[in-house]
Design a protein around this ligand. Structure first.
Ligand code: AMP
Ligand code: MN
Ligand code: MN
Ligand code: MN
Length: 290
């Protein structure tokens, strides 16, 4: 039984349409999938429709991944089981999208000083009317031959401190937790080890996330060693959080696939055990724990 609670469509920086994503989930034998695009829920309706139309054996969880500012870091909070039609929630996400548009314009402006012709409109066109992300800039810069790979663009242009980096202006961590809760969802700290925090800051992040009302943290992500899973789970236990699992799938690569590498040992309490309403048939998923 495969459960994957973190994935992207082309409504943010994934490459697959929602329909292609759910087809891929089926081919990878994923039975529960959360779509968690950056600051948008635009992909959910199409995914739901494809599953219903084709009667696919896949349970879709309505999700989102909200960007927040915490000290000088950008921290991502995943919301699961949200009501995507909630009007207040949609207005709140729209405000994040507006910040994304303004940031993208400023990024394009700064890049013009580094031999990149004004690219806001081309980058916007890559985003399918959804979230404009740094990944779209990276794809554009690869397209026009400024770098060979996305990671190369991040390294030379888009990482913190580089020419195209615009200091973030996202909502606060606690605000994202509140938005998710008020939309009926549970709040999960995404990929805790991706922020490259030292031990002291990671502990502080887990503590403050918990104090803000956060519910869980991603314990299982691909490429994470058993030792790293134990480290995050230990912090979860210290601060009263349960464990989530997610591939953070954006596109098929040698190192990332839907539903892959998300194994957890049976002493770890998964989020669907504490919040059984997340799943249609919680009992059917117990073997995932084994
Ligand atoms: P944004 O939310 O617009 O700042 O974009 C962040 C996204 O960029 C993340 O969700 C990742 O998908 C992607 N990303 C961040 N760092 C890198 C990197 N070094 N190489 C490739 N993709 C990256
Ligand atoms: Mn992304
Ligand atoms: Mn993320
Ligand atoms: Mn993600």
């Amino acid at each position: 039984m495969k459960i994957d609670l973190h994935s992207h469509t082309y409504y943010s920086d994934g490459v697959l349409s929602p329909t292609e994503l759910v087809h891929r989930a089926i081919s990878q034998k994923v039975e529960v999938l959360a779509i968690t695009d950056h600051d948008t829920v635009l992909g959910l309706a199409e995914a739901k429709l494809a599953i219903a139309d084709e009667q696919l054996p896949l349970q879709l969880i309505a999700g989102v991944e909200i960007s927040t500012s915490w000290h000088e870091f950008e921290i991502h909070i995943v919301g699961l089981g949200i009501d995507a039609d909630d009007e207040l929630f949609q207005r709140r996400l729209a405000s994040q999208q507006q910040r994304r548009i303004e940031r993208a314009k400023e990024m394009a402006r700064r890049l013009t000083k580094h031999q990149v012709p004004d690219c806001f409109e081309q980058v916007q066109a890559l985003a399918h009317g959804g979230a404009i992300t740094r990944t779209h800039f990276a794809r554009h810069l690869v397209n026009i031959g400024k770098a060979n790979s996305l990671s190369g663009v991040f390294k030379h242009y888009l990482a913190r401190g580089k020419a195209g980096y615009v200091p973030n202006n996202w909502i606060a961590l606690a605000e994202a937790v509140q938005w998710i809760h008020e939309a009926g969802g549970i709040a999960i700290l995404a990929h805790p080890l991706k922020y490259k925090l030292n031990g002291k800051w990671l502990t502080r992040l887990m503590r403050e996330f918990s104090e803000a009302g956060g519910d869980a943290a991603e314990v299982a992500s691909p490429q994470q060693t058993p030792v790293q899973k134990r480290e995050i789970w230990r912090l979860c236990q210290q601060f009263g959080l349960v464990a989530s699992v997610g591939s953070d799938f954006h596109q098929p690569t040698d190192w990332n696939e839907l539903g892959r590498g998300l194994y957890m040992t049976d002493d770890i309490v998964p989020v669907w055990q504490t919040y059984p309403d997340l799943l249609d048939e919680p009992a059917a998923h117990e073997e995932m724990l084994g």
